[in-house]
Structure formats: structure tokens, C-alpha cells
Design a protein around this ligand. Structure first.
Ligand code: ARG
Length: 443
């Protein structure tokens, strides 16, 4: 049972959060007259020593240490003596303690994850700005659709991750709610100054209901849901790049550092980094769903089921952190093959541009679509590209065609015409880059 019950093996990573929470708590106890100045100073000294031991790897775990909270308190009492150490837990329960520690820990990790996400986005956006010349087929249904800039593809993914960045920032006020002072469930009878605790620990607000404060793990579920959505985006980016890196496409080539060879096929270069990013998404969804199942049927306030919050969250945070850093490296070192991209462009991708041409000559769009379709069919029948049709052919399709129809057959012109906000024209790529940079900076 001890083995089954104990969480120290994984919750020890919250040692610094636990020490921070306890030092703040000792200040509230001092203010309430439970601790003397001397006792509070001793507790602070002892806790700092405990923290140092964890940091140095010299903390000696004892057989009955159940979790980080009991282990730290046990060691504190060894350092400062039971008479002083034994006072620290006055008006506190592990229920408000663990909820507080988790929030302190997660706020810290969220700031790091925000940094990784910003770095990754910065790389995506910088590449997009630099590689604006490359044009490739854009796809819908994975069928060749219309020409777009490579930058536009990169920025389409950046747009999704920018929304994830916004959502991450919006979560912070909901994580930053202080449980400490709620004790087991019914609050503390010592008039502890929770405003002082809030300030000491840098929380944005104070949990207003002690029963809810010890019960609430919404912030963990929400974080894992956030992570799941981010990994949906990551998985789709990975899938695009895996397809583009196949020999049949050849648009991109992964750096050696982010791929592996095959044990038996020497010609192979496998996109393992991308496949792992895609694969890890499943793992995150599982952590989210698993913990939601753990929470859904439990009665109010604290039940030990809630200890099951740790491994999913820790694994989720670790997986997200690693995934963002790997994704940054993959994008930073990716080689693109602009010639292959250009070679994949065929004139039928400009069929819509033919329709647009006729629209400008006053033909209703529905009709232009039909005429353009017939030009594609005619070229197919002759086994040529639509740009090989003669002026006579065009005139036979519609009297509105004149010599300038041949200007349509230029991929650069095609993307440059799409110059409304959100389009792939150079100016709009730069606009996307500028907007993205502002959002990364949090403006
Ligand atoms: N290790 C426990 C957890 O993570 C701490 C809270 C235990 N509280 C209790 N009353 N048993 O949830």
C-alpha cells in the first residue's frame, strides 16, 4: 500500500514550489502570531537548506516519505528541530498545499513553454520572410489546387500556433488563483492573511471558496486540452513536411540531425523527428482524456484520485516542451528545394486564373468557370499544357480571349494578383510576418 500510495518518486520535481509555498505560509503564520520572528527565520533557513539538498542531489529520501510535502516537512524538522518545524503545518492541509504547489509549478513551466513556443514561431516566421520567392502548388484534398508561396504555407502553420500562443497566455489568470489558506476544505481558523500569501507567491487572485480551492483541477485539464490542440497543429505540420520530403514531392529535405537512416536500406533518410511529433500528439490526447476520466465521478473537495493529476500533467508538459524545441530545430535546419517546387507547378493550376481573366472582361464567373474547364479538357485531349493552346483555340472557346491571355501563364503573376489581406502576394506575406511578430511579442 505504501508503494501504491506514495507519489514522491514523481512529485519530487515540485520541491522548489513546495519550499516557496511553505516560506510564504510561514510569513502568514508570523503575521497571525502563530510563529515568532525567530521561529519564522529558522523555518525559512531550514527550508532553504532542504531546497539546496534537492538541488545538489543530497536529499536523503526516507522509507516513509509519502510525497514531496511530507518529505520536506520531515527534513525541515530534522534541521530546525520538531518544536519549530512542527508548527509550520498550522492551519494548513496537504490539500491546499498540493493545489498551491501544482499551480506554482505550472505557472513556472507555462512561462518556459511560452518561451519555446515563441522561439519556434520566430523561426517559422523568419523563414517565411526570407523564402518568399519560392512558389509551389497549394493543395486541397491533397490534390493540386493553385500556386502559393512557400512562405504562405509556413505562415498558415504559424497562424495556428499564434492562436495557441494567445490561448496559452489567456490561461494564466485561471492557473494563477491561490488555494493556500483553504486548509483541508473548510478554511483556517487563524485569520491567516491570504492577501499576504497571494502577494508573496505572485498569484493574480485568491480562491474564493475553500471547498472548491482544494477540489479544483480544471487548470490541469485545461492545460492538457490546450496542449492537445497545439499537438493537433503540430501533427498536421509534421504530416505536410513528411509528404513534402518524400521523393515524389522532394520539396523539402530534413537536416541529417533530425532524420535517421535505415538499418538495411542505405538510400533511406527517414523523417523520424516529424513522425515523433505526429506520434506524440496521440500521447497528449491520451493524458488529457485519462485525467478527465479520473476526475469526472469523484465527490467534492479532495479525494486521493486527484493525485493522478501529476503524471499526466508532468508528461504533458515534458512532451510539449520537447516537441516545441524539436520542431524549432527541424524548421531552422530544413532545406527547401525551390526548383522541385517550381517543377511541380503545371499550367492547369492556373485554370482559375483563366476564369479570373474572363471575369475581368465582363463574363459572369459561372460561365468563365465552364469555359476554363473546357480549355483544360482540350489541352488534356491534345496531351499538352493549357499554355500550349493557340490564340485560335482560345478564341474558339470564347470570343473574349485576346493575345494577352498568354500573360496569365505566369505563376509569379498569379500569386501577386492575390494581394488582398490574407493572400500570398509579397506585400501580404510581409504583412503576415509583421502581424505575427507583433503577436509573438504580445502586442
Ligand atoms: N500527494 C497528495 C496529492 O498529490 C497530496 C495531498 C494528500 N492529501 C491527503 N489528504 N491525503 O494529491
Amino acid at each position: 500500500m505504501h508503494e501504491f500510495n506514495q507519489s514522491l518518486k514523481y512529485d519530487k520535481r515540485m520541491y522548489a514550489a513546495d519550499v516557496k509555498g511553505s516560506i510564504a505560509f510561514s510569513k502568514a503564520l508570523l503575521k497571525a502570531g502563530i510563529l515568532t520572528e525567530h521561529e519564522q527565520a529558522e523555518i525559512t533557513r531550514g527550508l532553504k537548506e532542504v531546497e539546496q539538498e534537492w538541488a545538489n542531489g543530497t536529499f536523503a529520501i526516507q522509507a516513509d516519505d509519502e510525497d514531496i510535502h511530507t518529505a520536506n516537512e520531515r527534513r525541515l524538522s530534522e534541521i530546525v528541530g520538531k518544536d519549530i518545524g512542527g508548527k509550520l503545518h498550522t492551519g494548513r492541509s496537504r490539500n491546499d498545499q498540493v493545489a498551491t504547489d501544482m499551480r506554482i509549478w505550472l505557472l513556472d513551466e507555462t512561462a518556459k513553454v511560452e518561451g519555446y513556443l515563441k522561439d519556434f514561431l520566430t523561426v517559422l516566421v523568419s523563414r517565411a520572410e526570407k523564402e518568399v520567392d519560392a512558389i509551389l502548388p497549394g493543395y486541397t484534398h491533397l490534390q493540386r489546387a493553385q500556386p502559393v508561396r512557400w512562405s504562405h504555407v509556413l505562415l498558415s502553420h504559424a497562424s495556428a500556433f499564434l492562436n495557441d500562443l494567445t490561448r496559452l497566455r489567456e490561461m494564466v489568470p485561471r492557473i494563477s488563483v491561490l488555494p493556500l489558506g483553504s486548509a483541508a476544505l473548510a478554511g483556517n481558523p487563524y485569520g491567516l492573511d491570504r492577501e499576504l500569501l497571494r502577494q508573496e507567491l505572485g498569484f493574480q487572485s485568491i480562491g474564493e471558496n475553500s471547498m472548491h480551492a482544494v477540489s479544483d483541477r480544471d487548470f490541469i485539464i485545461e492545460w492538457l486540452q490546450w496542449a492537445s490542440l497545439l499537438m493537433i497543429h503540430m501533427s498536421r505540420l509534421a504530416e505536410d513536411l513528411i509528404i513534402y520530403s518524400s521523393a515524389e514531392f522532394g520539396f523539402v529535405q530534413l537536416a541529417d540531425a533530425y532524420s535517421t537512416g535505415s538499418s538495411i536500406m542505405p538510400q533511406k533518410k527517414n523523417p523520424d523527428s516529424l513522425e515523433l511529433l505526429r506520434g506524440k500528439s496521440g500521447r497528449i490526447f491520451g493524458q488529457m482524456a485519462g485525467f478527465m476520466m479520473s476526475v469526472k465521478g469523484i465527490p467534492s473537495t479532495y479525494n486521493k484520485d486527484l493525485q493522478e493529476d501529476k503524471e499526466p500533467l508532468f508528461d504533458g508538459v515534458d512532451s510539449i516542451s520537447a516537441s516545441l524545441r524539436i520542431a524549432e530545430g527541424v524548421i531552422a535546419t530544413l532545406n527547401i528545394n525551390a526548383d522541385k517546387m517550381a517543377a511541380a507547378l503545371s499550367m492547369d493550376l492556373l485554370a482559375t486564373d483563366i476564369a479570373d481573366y474572363l471575369v475581368r472582361k465582363g463574363v459572369p464567373f459561372r460561365e468563365t468557370h465552364h469555359i476554363s474547364g473546357r480549355s483544360v479538357a482540350l489541352a488534356e485531349q491534345r496531351k499538352v499544357q493549357i499554355s500550349d493552346l493557340t490564340l485560335e483555340d482560345w478564341k474558339a472557346l470564347s470570343p473574349h480571349f485576346t493575345e494577352d491571355v498568354f500573360d496569365v501563364f505566369n505563376f509569379e503573376n498569379s500569386v501577386e494578383k492575390r494581394n488582398a489581406i490574407g493572400g500570398p502576394a509579397r506585400k501580404m506575406i510581409q504583412r503576415q510576418v509583421d502581424v505575427a511578430r507583433e503577436r509573438i511579442a504580445g502586442k
